[in-house]
Ligand binder design. Structure first.
Ligand SMILES: Cc1cc2nc3c(=O)[nH]c(=O)nc-3n(C[C@H](O)[C@H](O)[C@H](O)COP(=O)(O)OP(=O)(O)OC[C@H]3O[C@@H](n4cnc5c(N)ncnc54)[C@H](O)[C@@H]3O)c2cc1C
Length: 500
């Protein structure tokens, strides 16, 4: 075997950034910058029934940006078109064959989805046993991990209600331990603000140096980008940590102070639109807190910044739920609602998907989703409630459609949001509190501007008529309401009552 200084591999998964990446930093310190990146496309992931071409495009673009950045700072990323086990088998076989030493360690950041936990558990045993490499993992995409925050009265158990969870979460936020996690991200922000050229020799190793011209394994990223580009149906927003940081700064300037009052109005640019960047790890809650430097926060505070952080705590809450109760991926959190008898009319489902239900606020939301890959949170709540409690269609159908369409589609948050709206989940909306789509529309889109943006058929209607056109003598092409809300409300109540 040739003489080679020890080096490490960082296995990227949903932590697609260099700045403040904890496991990558560990590896960098251990090997004085001699770290190489690997990404392995899991076939299981690509063939998931809720796979989204558009989200995959956003993901691939982020991955490409990461590869470019790593190359600019003295490292490299190798994207392999096989699952991780096969990827490492191929890689180690190629190294062994050429008598090149294996890496000393493989690092990755922890993930909490059931599939990922199983995969990571297997890999953490298999890699050291088979190849003698050390595996090192770190916390990254949540601020507080599921095992770090469990019930005071029942250690190890999940808080099933958001408020007590969030109160504890805010208490933990104040601890030195968690503050340190946030402070450590200040350096990440500084790094992002500096030109890349300043970091040109941050890393000291590349795949071609390792293989010394001996045909390193082929990178498949460009092939994926070309193949996937053909099927994209929405504009793909710019990607990466710098874009995410910029979005955060613009949001702070524009809307943070009024976030609590404005966030529910879909025609106002009042939320951060960071969700898709959280999903890929371009930004993390710790980075957000490091950048905003909000000072001491308390769950009881009612200001805009605290409210924004409370939303991030909702995200963490859903991750904790998924971790402690992985069965929610496939069934209702509340056992008594697992066998609800939904009507599941395919034609109604199709009308909902296409934004042709005759309920303008619902149709605007569904069209926003189809044309942009994103939907405002208030409208997500309205359309989810409408699907389950007006159309009496299984929430799992809606959950799947969202995952197929959303650029920010995320198992924990999407499942949590759907089960909340369908009243089947952890800390759900009570089943008898059913959104009235007409009232929601008038309350949260008072001028009808949101509807006008996505439902051009109604553009000419005034602020009153636009919410319920047929009640105001409308005679155009826009469809009549698919159902009578009050009749469907009664049916929904009966449906839930039979299962109690
Ligand atoms: C039916 C339904 C499905 C949803 N599916 C997803 C999904 O697949 N992926 C996803 O990231 N979010 C989902 N959400 C939550 C929420 O709608 C989005 O996170 C939010 O709209 C993203 O916009 P933003 O980044 O501007 O949010 P902001 O208002 O700026 O909030 C900041 C961050 O807090 C988190 N957050 C905000 N609201 C929620 C919430 N209700 N639950 C959990 N986290 C929240 C997000 O990470 C968000 O980026 C869903 C909500 C519902 C009701």
């Amino acid at each position: 075997m040739s003489e080679l200084a020890p080096y490490g591999i960082h296995w990227f998964r949903r932590d697609l950034r260099v700045a403040g990446n904890p496991a990558l930093q560990w590896n960098w310190r251990q090997h004085q910058g001699r770290v190489l990146g690997v990404f392995a496309f899991d076939k299981t992931f690509l063939s998931r029934p809720d796979f989204s071409v558009n989200r995959f495009a956003f993901f691939l673009e982020t991955l490409k940006g990461l590869r470019d950045e790593l190359r600019a700072i003295g490292s490299d990323l190798l994207v392999l078109d096989v699952g991780p086990q096969q990827a490492y088998e191929q890689l180690f076989a190629a190294l062994d064959q050429r008598q090149i030493p294996r890496p000393q360690a493989i690092s990755f950041n922890r993930d909490y989805e059931p599939f990922a936990r199983k995969r990571d558990g297997l890999m953490s045993e298999w890699l050291p046993k088979t190849y003698g490499v050390t595996v090192h993992t770190e916390r990254d995409h949540v601020l507080i991990e599921p095992e770090e925050l469990t019930r005071d009265d029942e250690p190890g158990a999940l808080y099933q209600v958001y408020s007590p969870f969030a109160k504890r979460w805010f208490e933990r936020l104040k601890t030195e331990h968690v503050q340190q996690r946030i402070r450590s991200q200040r350096a990440a922000i500084t790094y992002l603000d500096q030109p890349l050229e300043q970091h040109a020799s941050l890393f000291q190793f590349t795949w071609s140096k390792l293989f010394g011209g001996n045909c390193p394994p082929v990178d498949h990223l460009d092939e994926y980008l070309t193949r996937n580009a053909k099927s994209i149906t929405v504009p793909i927003p710019p990607t990466g940590s710098r874009v995410a940081l910029q979005r955060l700064r613009e949001f702070r300037q524009r809307s943070l102070a009024d976030y609590k009052e404005q966030r529910d109005f879909p025609d106002r640019d009042a939320t951060s639109q960071l969700s898709m960047y959280f999903k890929n790890g371009s930004i993390t809650p710790a980075m957000v807190l490091a950048e905003l430097q909000l000072g001491p926060l308390d769950f009881k505070h009612k200001d805009g910044p605290t409210h924004f952080i409370k939303e991030i705590a909702w995200r963490e809450f859903y991750y904790h739920v998924l971790y402690h109760r992985p069965e929610v991926e496939h069934s209702a959190f509340l056992e008594r609602y697992r066998d609800l008898i939904w009507e599941n009319r395919e034609d109604w489902f199709e009308a909902w998907k296409q934004g042709l239900t005759g309920f303008p606020i619902v149709d605007a939301g569904m069209r926003q989703l189809r044309t942009t890959g994103w939907m405002h949170n208030r409208v997500r709540m309205i359309v989810a409630s409408f699907l389950t409690k007006d159309l009496l269609i299984d929430w799992k159908w809606g959950e799947r459609w969202f995952m197929e369409q959303l650029l920010d589609g995320d198992l924990a948050c999407n499942n949590g949001g759907w089960q909340w709206a369908a009243s089947t989940g952890c800390d759900p909306q009570p089943y008898f509190r059913i959104f009235n789509p007409w009232l929601q529309s008038a309350k949260f889109d008072p001028q009808g501007n949101y509807i006008r943006t996505y439902v051009p058929e109604l553009r000419e209607l005034d602020a009153k008529a636009i919410h319920e056109p047929y009640a105001h003598g409308y005679t155009g092409d826009y469809p009549e309401p698919l159902v009578d809300h009050s009749v469907q409300r009664g049916k929904a109540l009966a449906l839930y009552r039979t299962e109690r």
